[in-house]
Design a protein around this ligand. Structure first.
Ligand code: GCW
Length: 665
C-alpha cells in the first residue's frame, strides 16, 4: 500500500459497529447528476462503509441480496437554506433539505453522529447555519510560503503556480464537513504574482479550483490588490472616485466573471501595514469599498473589506495615539453608507489576535453595516501550533459578548449573523492554520481549532466542550476516560497559555517579527502601537476617559464597566488601566504577586499537559503521538522561558520580592 502523504484528520473513519443491512439511495426533488449531490452520496457511501461495514448499493447496477435500507434524500421548503433534518429509523435514514448544501451538510451530520457513537437508526438532528458566511482566509503566498503559517508550505501555490491535486479535493471535503461555504485562497497582502491572479495567466486553474470547491458547496474568493489599476493596469492612480479607474475596474471585473462565474467576490486589505488604499487620495474607506461593491454587484459578487486599519508608524513616546481606537475611529463615522454587498470584516479584538483582548467596539458599534467577525486559528500570538491552545472558548466569549447595541439580540453572534439588523450578509471568517504538513495543522491537536471554527461558525450555540468531544471522537476514538483527559487538556489549554505569557490583557511581550517566545520590551519602543508602559511603580495602558478614551467607544454599560478598575473584568485590567504593582486585586493578591503566581502556575500546568499526553501513549496512533509529544517538549521550554523572563522583568522593575520565595532571576 502506498504510504499516506497526508492524514484525513477527522475524516479518517474506522469501524464503529457492524451494520446489518446495506443501503440504497432514493432521491426526491434533487437531481442525481449534480456534482454536489453526487459528492454527498459519495461521502455517505464512504462514511457508512468505513464506519459500519455496510455497502451502498446502486440498485441499477449491483446485484441486490437481501433487504436494503434506504438513504432517502428529500427536497422540502420546511428547512431553512443550507439547513438539514436527518432522521434514522429501522428502514434507513432520511435527509431533508431545501438546497444542495443542506443535503451535503446533512450527510456529514449523519457521519458525525455515527462516528460519535450513534447507530444509523438513532441518527437525529435538525440544524441550519447561524451565519450566512462561514469562511476560511488563507494567508498563502504564491511562492508557496504562508504568512504566519506554522504547518509547512501552501498546498494551493508553489513557484507562482496554482496547485490542484488530490489534496485539493480532500481540503474541500474537510471544509464541507464542518460547514464552511467560502474560502479565500491567497494572502490579504497581495503582492507580486498574486496581483496577477485576476488576469488571464491564472483563470484556467482558478476555474478548476472554483469548480472543485463549488462541488462541495464552497465559493472561491480572492484577496485583491487595491492598487491593481496601477500595478497590473499601467495607470498612474487607483483613486476610487476617478472615472478612468472605475472604468478599469468595470472592464476587469467583467473579464473575471466571464471566466470565473462561480467566484464569490473579493477580500480587501487596504490602507493597512503598507498596503495601498483610498486614504492616499483623500478618500474614505467607504469610498473604496463601495466603488468595488458597485462594480461587482451585477455579477452577484461581494466585497469583504477589512477594518484592520491603523497607524503602524507611531512614535512610542506619544501616549495620546492609541492603536486600539483606530478601527472604530476610521469606520464608525461612515456607518450606514456602506453598500449592501459590502461587508466589513472586523478582527475580534481592537489590537491583533492576542491571547486576551476586549471585543472590538466596532462589532455592534456599527449599526447599519454588514459585519463579519474575523478570528485567527493560525496561532500567530498563541503558540505557533507548538503550544497547545484550543481557541474555541476564546471565540465563544467573543460571540457571547453583549454589545448593548440594541435592547435585544445584541451579542456579537447576533450582530454578525444578521439577526440584530435583519441583514442578509455577514458571518465569521478565520485565518486558517493549515499547510502542506502531513497532518495539515503542524500540531495534530491544532486540528481541533480548524474543526471547531467550522462547527462554531455553523452553530454558534455549540459549546466548546461539545465541539472538543466531537473532534476527539471523530479523530481518535478513545475510551471514555482517555477522551475525558484529552478533552480536559483542550479546555484548559488557553488559560494555561495565558498564564505563562503576558498578564491581564496587556498582550504582546513577544519576540518581534516571529511572535513566538517572550521579549517583554520587544515591542515597547517600536512603531507598532503595542505598548505595556511598565515602569518601577506599575504597568498597563490608561484607556479610560482620563487616558486615551478608548473605553468610551463602547456603549454606555460597557464603557462604564471598563472605565473603572473596580468593575473592569480582572483579566482585562491592564488593557484598560495603568495599575500599581501593589494594587490589590479582587482575589486579595497584589498585582505583582498575581503576575508571579500565574506565571509559576502556567508553567506547572503546561507540564501537566505533557504528562496527560503521555498517559494516552498506547491509544493514539504512534506517529501522531510522537509528533505531538515533540511539540509538548518545545512548549515546556517556551513556558519556562516566558515564566522566567516575565517574572524577572517585573521583579527587577518593581524590586518587590515573591511572597513565596521562588526562584526569580
Ligand atoms: O497581525 C498581523 C500579522 C500580519 C498580517 C496582519 C493582517 C497578513 O502580523 O502578518 O498580515 O496582521 O491581519 O493583515
Amino acid at each position: 500500500m502506498e504510504e499516506a502523504k497526508w492524514t484525513k484528520m477527522w475524516l479518517d473513519y474506522h469501524r464503529i459497529y457492524d451494520g446489518d443491512m446495506d443501503f440504497k439511495v432514493a432521491l426526491d426533488g434533487f437531481a442525481e447528476d449534480t456534482a454536489v449531490i453526487a459528492n454527498a452520496i459519495f461521502e455517505f457511501r464512504k462514511g457508512i462503509e468505513e464506519l459500519t461495514g455496510v455497502k451502498v448499493i446502486d440498485v441499477r447496477k449491483d446485484r441486490v441480496i437481501g433487504n436494503l435500507k434506504t438513504l432517502s434524500i428529500k427536497k422540502t421548503d420546511s428547512v431553512p437554506p443550507e439547513g438539514y433534518r436527518v432522521a434514522g429509523s429501522d428502514d434507513g435514514i432520511t435527509v431533508e433539505a431545501s438546497d444542495e448544501r443542506g443535503v451535503l451538510y446533512g450527510i456529514f451530520s449523519i457521519i458525525r453522529q455515527i462516528a460519535c457513537g450513534k447507530r444509523a437508526e438513532e441518527v437525529a438532528e435538525e440544524a441550519s447555519p447561524s451565519n450566512p458566511l462561514r469562511m476560511m482566509n488563507h494567508w498563502d503566498n504564491m511562492d508557496g510560503s504562508i504568512e504566519r503559517g506554522y504547518s509547512g508550505e501552501s498546498f494551493f501555490f508553489e513557484k507562482d503556480e496554482i496547485i490542484i491535486n488530490d489534496r485539493t479535493r480532500d481540503y474541500a471535503r474537510f471544509m464541507a464537513s464542518i460547514g464552511i461555504n467560502g474560502v479565500v485562497i491567497n494572502n490579504v497582502n497581495v503582492k507580486g504574482a498574486a496581483s496577477y491572479l485576476i488576469t488571464d495567466r491564472y483563470f484556467d486553474r482558478l476555474e478548476s479550483l472554483s469548480e472543485i470547491f463549488g462541488d462541495y458547496g464552497i465559493r472561491l474568493f480572492l484577496s485583491l490588490n487595491f492598487a491593481s489599476p496601477i500595478e497590473i493596469g499601467g495607470m498612474d492612480t487607483c483613486d476610487p472616485l476617478d472615472r478612468e479607474v472605475i472604468k478599469w475596474w468595470e472592464d476587469k471585473i467583467k473579464e473575471i466573471y466571464d471566466r470565473l462565474p462561480l467566484l464569490g467576490g473579493f477580500l480587501v486589505k487596504a490602507d493597512s501595514e503598507g498596503r495601498p488604499g483610498p486614504f492616499t487620495y483623500g478618500r474614505t474607506q467607504a469610498d473604496g469599498a463601495n466603488m468595488l461593491g458597485d462594480v461587482i454587484k451585477p455579477y452577484g459578487g461581494i466585497i469583504i473589506w477589512r477594518c484592520f486599519v491603523y497607524n503602524c508608524t507611531q512614535d512610542w513616546r506619544d501616549t495620546k495615539i492609541d492603536r486600539a481606537r483606530a478601527g472604530y475611529d476610521y469606520f464608525k463615522e461612515q456607518d450606514g453608507t456602506y453598500h449592501d454587498n459590502v461587508i466589513l470584516q472586523i478582527k475580534n479584538g481592537p489590537m491583533d489576535f492576542q491571547i486576551r483582548e476586549p471585543v472590538s467596539p466596532l462589532l455592534g458599534g456599527l449599526k447599519r453595516t454588514n459585519q463579519m467577525l474575523e478570528v485567527q486559528i493560525a496561532q500567530e500570538y498563541t503558540g505557533h501550533q507548538i503550544d497547545l491552545c484550543y481557541l474555541i472558548p476564546l471565540f465563544k466569549e467573543v460571540l457571547d459578548f453583549h454589545t448593548f447595541c440594541s435592547p435585544e439580540k445584541d451579542t456579537v453572534a447576533d450582530v454578525v449573523s444578521g439577526r440584530t439588523m435583519g441583514n442578509a450578509l455577514g458571518g465569521m471568517a478565520a485565518v486558517i492554520n493549515t499547510g502542506n504538513d502531513i497532518n495539515w495543522t503542524g500540531n495534530d491537536l491544532a486540528a481541533a481549532n480548524l474543526y471547531g471554527f467550522g462547527r462554531l461558525s455553523f452553530d454558534t450555540e455549540l459549546s466548546s466542550e461539545k465541539i472538543a468531544r466531537e473532534w476527539i471522537a471523530m479523530t481518535y476514538r478513545l475510551p471514555d476516560k482517555e477522551a475525558d483527559i484529552l478533552c480536559s487538556m483542550l479546555l484548559r489549554s488557553r488559560e494555561i497559555y495565558e498564564k505563562y505569557t503576558s498578564p491581564l490583557g496587556i498582550g504582546w511581550m513577544v519576540t518581534p517579527n516571529t511572535h513566538y517566545g517572550p521579549s517583554v520590551d520587544g515591542y515597547e519602543y517600536s512603531r507598532w502601537g503595542t505598548y505595556h508602559r511598565a515602569d518601577h511603580l506599575g504597568i498597563g495602558v490608561d484607556r479610560t476617559d482620563k487616558g486615551t478614551g478608548y473605553a468610551q467607544q463602547y456603549y454606555e454599560q460597557n464603557a462604564e464597566m471598563y472605565n473603572d478598575p473596580a468593575t473592569c473584568p480582572q483579566e482585562l485590567l491592564l488593557f484598560f488601566h495603568h495599575i500599581p504593582y501593589t494594587f490589590e486585586l479582587k482575589t486579595g493578591k497584589t498585582l505583582i504577586q498575581h503576575i508571579y503566581d500565574s506565571h509559576f502556575e502556567g508553567e506547572e500546568e503546561a507540564r501537566k499537559l505533557a504528562v496527560d499526553w503521555d498517559s494516552l501513549k498506547d491509544l493514539i496512533p504512534e506517529e501522531a503521538f510522537e509528533r505531538v509529544k515533540e511539540r509538548f517538549d518545545l512548549q515546556l521550554d517556551n513556558a519556562r522561558e516566558w515564566r522566567d523572563q516575565v517574572n524577572s522583568y517585573f521583579f527587577r522593575k518593581s524590586g518587590i520580592a515573591d511572597k513565596k520565595g521562588r526562584t526569580i532571576y
